[in-house]
Design a protein around this ligand. Structure first.
Ligand code: KIV
Length: 272
C-alpha cells in the first residue's frame, strides 16, 4: 500500500474513496462562515463540514436540535463562496429528513441548490434508510453518521462513548454496511471505542471519518472552534487543541480596550 500523497486540485467524493484505497488519511474540519472557510480551504483540508454544530458554536444553543434548514443554508452558502479545493458537506438538520423520505429529498435539494454544496450528511442507519435512498436516487452524495449521533441526544441522555456493548456494536457494523450498500460515500463515526472503529473500517470499502473514534478511522474530523481553542469549557479526551485562541483573542481584545481608553489608539499614523 503506497503512502505517497497525491495532489488533489479539487477533492471529490471519489477522491476520498481513492484516499482510503491508497492508505492516505482524510482530513476534515468544520467551518460555518466565509472567512474561516477561506483559511481552512487554503490549508488544504480535504473535507469541510458545515456541521449542525453551528447550533452550538455559532448560535450558542446547548444541542444541535434547534438549528433550522434556512440557517444551515445560510452558513453553507457563506462557506461555498470561499472554497476552491475542499469537498463541502452540509448537515441536514434535525427534523428535516427523519420523518418522510420526500421531505428528506426536498431538504437535500434545497441545500444543494441554494448553497451549492457538494454533498449532505445525515445521522442514523436502518431507521433512515428510505430517506437516504431517496436522496441518493436524486444524485445527491450522502455521508452517513453513526455512533454518538447528537441529533438523538435526548434518546441517549448523555454524550458518553457509544457502542461499548457487543449488541450495539453489531448494530453499528450492520448500519455501516447498509449505508455502504445504499451508496453513501463515507461515514462519520463519533465517540465509539477505537477497536470498533477498526472493525467497521475493515468491513467496508468506503472511508470512515472519526471524531473520538481513535486512530483506525480512515480520516479525522474536529470542530474548528475546538481545534483552535476558542471553546475552553469543552475538554473531551479526544480533543487535541492546536492553539489557545480563547486566551489569545481575549488578550488582544483587552489590549485594544486599554489602547482606546489610554488614547494610544489611533496614533498619528493611523489617521487621515
Ligand atoms: O456537526 C458537526 O460538527 C458534526 C461533527 C462533529 C462530525 O457532525
Amino acid at each position: 500500500m503506497s503512502t505517497a500523497k497525491k495532489e488533489y486540485k479539487r477533492v471529490t467524493v471519489k477522491s476520498l474513496v481513492d484516499m482510503k484505497k491508497h492508505g492516505e488519511k482524510i482530513s476534515m474540519l468544520t467551518a460555518y462562515d466565509y472567512s474561516m472557510a477561506k483559511i481552512v480551504d487554503a490549508a488544504k483540508v480535504d473535507v469541510i463540514l458545515v456541521g449542525d454544530s453551528a447550533s452550538n458554536v455559532m448560535a450558542g444553543y446547548e444541542t444541535t436540535l434547534p438549528i433550522t434548514l434556512d440557517q444551515m443554508i445560510y452558513h453553507a452558502s457563506s462557506v461555498l463562496r470561499a472554497v476552491k479545493r475542499a469537498l463541502v458537506v452540509v448537515d441536514i438538520p434535525f427534523g428535516s429528513y427523519q420523518s418522510d423520505p420526500k421531505e428528506a429529498l426536498r431538504s437535500a435539494i434545497r441545500i444543494m441548490k441554494e448553497s451549492r454544496a457538494h454533498a449532505v450528511k445525515v445521522e442514523g442507519g436502518e431507521e433512515i434508510k428510505e430517506s437516504v435512498k431517496r436522496i441518493l436516487n436524486a444524485g445527491v452524495p450522502v455521508m452517513g453518521h453513526l455512533g454518538l449521533t447528537p441529533q438523538a441526544i435526548y434518546k441517549f441522555g448523555t454524550y458518553t462513548v457509544r457502542a461499548k456493548e457487543e449488541e450495539e456494536a453489531k448494530k453499528l457494523i450492520a448500519d455501516a454496511k447498509l449505508l455502504e450498500r445504499l451508496g453513501c460515500f463515507a461515514i462519520v463515526l463519533e465517540k465509539i471505542p477505537a477497536e470498533l472503529t477498526k472493525r467497521v473500517s475493515e468491513s467496508i470499502s468506503i472511508p470512515t471519518i472519526g471524531i473520538g473514534a481513535g486512530k483506525h478511522a480512515d480520516g479525522q474530523v474536529l470542530v474548528i472552534h475546538d481545534l483552535l481553542g476558542m471553546t475552553h469549557e469543552f475538554n473531551p479526551r479526544f480533543l487535541r487543541r492546536y492553539m489557545n485562541l480563547y486566551e489569545e483573542m481575549g488578550n488582544a481584545i483587552s489590549q485594544y480596550v486599554d489602547d482606546v481608553k489610554s488614547k494610544d489608539f489611533p496614533n498619528d499614523e493611523e489617521q487621515y
